[in-house]
Design a protein around this ligand. Structure first.
Ligand SMILES: Nc1ncnc2c1ncn2[C@@H]1O[C@H](COP(=O)(O)OP(=O)(O)O)[C@@H](O)[C@H]1O
Ligand SMILES: O=P(O)(O)O[C@H]1O[C@H](CO)[C@@H](O[C@H]2O[C@H](CO)[C@@H](O)[C@H](O)[C@H]2O)[C@H](O)[C@H]1O
Length: 466
């Protein structure tokens, strides 16, 4: 039976609640896909805020410190916990543990994202703007979201958690929370106001004021007929069907979004200093990643050459707001039209950095890397497929933007190298089986006379069980 009386009387301090759940969460958090401190134990857990959204349905912000590194690091995570006396069989897969001490002693604690009753209640909150403790629920007053939509948790491998409601709306709840407005709300909102139709418009969102102002989740229309670019690319690779038309149109769509972003947010005049600073930041990331992923170390000097060359280039493009983590999984194709989603940027970077203006070439490089990723993710390796897609994508981009990314080989190489370094770190932390995919590209990018990735004659083959 769901609870009818609140668990948390006002008198109960968060310290008392933490004694009930800390042990359970310390064991559970590191097993979650979105947990950043992969492979490292949670050495300390602090409760930043707790709000009972409904009897037995708790919203938590916790700070988890990961040990095993020097110095120890930590992140703030958003959790939805359910608490019941008895767990019904339909929720067994959501079970986190039985609280053994504190105010919840003896009660069953579970992941409320997996309980449609709880995610249904969350939608109700979004439909009726208002506050709950430090949480504020807001919406676009022009849009009416109907009641009673059936919730379904998306079980994809993701950085966040998303719930689809009746195939009409999708709510993305940010797992790792940082202070400030999340670009995944800020950017689509600005693009829609700009008249750009390539993004699903945010219709409702919620945020917290404690411990600091931060965006917690965004509801937007769900595109039920859409397929993501990664799935389509793999289908093309397995069926042998051509993908260049899609790649060309994706290039056009990317440029369209970049032009709208340049109109929606202030840009920065290009300067020589820009490329020097950029190369320095890339060099720093290479050094830090080589420290944590030893497999990268032999290639570091070769990769550094790309950044040194970039530092000497004249800046040609104004820095502007961009997508920031652009790849085939971030684009959806509905009918013959591409849509762009997930403007959050690279989830591991600080929010202020993700909101910074950057060169649009960075997004182009992300997508070019993604064609290479798809081509290397299955045997046999298909370099010609990647090469054709890369060319078609750049041609589409040039047709819409009025300048061709291929005319900037030094910039493109620098960004592709930096992206591959990011991917090495990402895979090492989240999907170690996939590490050979970016490492194969790294090996090529580190060669002195490299040809564009995906086009060389004899890059190493590998196997992984993706
Ligand atoms: N508006 C939408 N319509 C249809 N599917 C969507 C929509 N938004 C997201 N998705 C699906 O949800 C997945 C995860 O969304 P995304 O915003 O990329 O979350 P994450 O940051 O967790 O990766 C996408 O790959 C896509 O399949
Ligand atoms: O979850 P996000 O969409 O925010 O992005 C993260 O996860 C991606 C993997 O799901 C990762 O992308 C890498 O793998 C993709 C194939 O699964 C490939 O298309 C991308 O090119 C490659 O970078 C992304 O880097 C990471 O930020």
């Amino acid at each position: 039976m769901p609870r009818t009386a609140p668990l948390l009387p006002d008198s109960l301090g968060s310290a008392a609640l933490l004694t009930s759940v800390a042990g359970l969460l310390r064991a559970w958090l590191p097993r979650q896909r979105w947990f950043a401190g992969k492979g490292r134990p949670v050495t300390d857990l602090t409760l930043l805020s707790v709000t009972e959204l409904h009897p037995g349905f708790l919203h938590l912000l916790v700070h988890a410190q990961h040990g095993g590194g020097a110095p120890p690091s930590g992140d703030c995570y958003q959790l939805l916990l359910g608490v019941r006396d008895v767990l019904p069989p339909r929720l067994v897969h959501a079970f986190i543990g039985r609280a053994s001490e504190g105010p919840l002693a003896g009660l069953m604690v579970y992941d409320a994202f997996r309980d449609p009753r709880s995610t249904g209640l969350l939608l109700e909150r979004l439909r009726h703007p208002g506050t709950a403790g430090p949480l504020r629920f807001e919406r676009d007053a022009q849009v009416t979201v109907p009641a009673g939509l059936t919730p379904r948790l998306l079980d994809a491998e993701q950085s966040n958690s998303s719930v689809v409601y009746g195939d009409s709306y999708i709510l993305k709840v940010f797992r790792r929370v940082q202070a400030g407005i999340n670009p995944d709300l800020e950017v689509p909102w600005a693009l829609v106001r700009q008249g750009c139709t390539r993004v699903p418009p945010p219709v409702a969102w919620f945020r917290t004021s404690r411990p600091q102002e931060a965006t917690l989740g965004v509801l937007q229309p769900f595109l039920p007929e859409a397929t993501d670019g990664w799935t389509l690319a793999l289908r093309s690779l397995t069926s042998g069907r051509d993908f260049t038309e899609e790649a060309y149109e994706l290039g056009c769509a990317t440029a369209e979004v970049h032009l709208a972003l340049a109109a929606a947010f202030p840009s920065e005049t290009p300067s020589r200093r820009q490329n020097k600073q950029l190369a320095a930041a890339m060099t720093e990331r290479l050094a830090a990643t080589s420290q944590s992923v030893p497999e990268l170390q032999p290639y570091a000097p070769g990769l550094q050459a790309a950044f040194d060359a970039l530092a000497e280039l004249d800046a040609t493009h104004a820095a502007q707001r961009i997508h920031g983590d652009f790849h085939l999984g971030q684009v959806l194709r509905a009918g013959r039209r591409w849509f762009v989603i997930d403007f959050e940027g690279e989830p591991a970077r600080p929010l202020a950095e993700r909101r910074r203006r950057q060169s649009p070439v960075r997004d182009v490089a992300g997508m070019l890397r993604s064609f290479d990723y798809a081509a290397r993710s299955r045997r046999p390796w298909r370099p010609a497929w990647a090469r054709r897609c890369r060319e078609a994508y750049c041609a589409g981009y040039a047709a819409e933007a009025g300048w061709d990314p291929r005319e900037e080989p030094g910039l493109l190489r620098g960004y592709e190298t930096d992206r591959a370094v990011y991917e090495v770190l990402y895979e090492a932390r989240h999907r170690p089986d996939w590490l050979p995919v970016p490492l194969a590209a790294i090996a090529r990018l580190a060669e002195p006379d490299r040809t564009p990735s995906g086009s060389g004659p004899s890059a190493p083959s590998f196997s992984h069980n993706a």
